[in-house]
Design a protein around this ligand. Structure first.
Ligand SMILES: [Cu+2]
Length: 99
């Protein structure tokens, strides 16, 4: 291979790794432990969430972006969710029951 081809191949590989890592990090698996509708908060036990800088499994409280999220799930449900770190704290942006 010429050097140019090798560089192009390396870049393509790096790009595909970056894209797949982002896709995996976006959705986090967890279990609902507690729901506080009046406060707009949910307690989730979840696995590692690299996108949020959480390398270890943990149980923690999240805010929700939309209160309707809290009506779609109940305590004990297995879920997959997406969250972001906001000024007000970690916030769930999407959630669905795990299949
Ligand atoms: Cu966490």
């Amino acid at each position: 291979m010429t050097l140019i081809v090798r560089i192009a191949a390396a870049l393509a590989l790096a790009l595909s790794l970056t894209v797949s890592a982002a896709a995996q990090a976006a959705s986090i698996s967890g279990e609902v432990r507690k729901i506080d509708e009046s406060a707009g908060k949910i307690t989730l036990k979840h696995g590692p969430a690299k996108s949020l800088g959480m390398d270890e499994p943990m149980t923690m409280v999240y805010r929700v972006k939309d209160p309707a999220i809290l009506k779609q799930v109940k305590v004990g449900d297995k879920v997959s969710f997406e969250a972001e770190e906001a000024a007000s704290g970690y916030t769930v942006t999407k959630m669905q029951k795990a299949k």
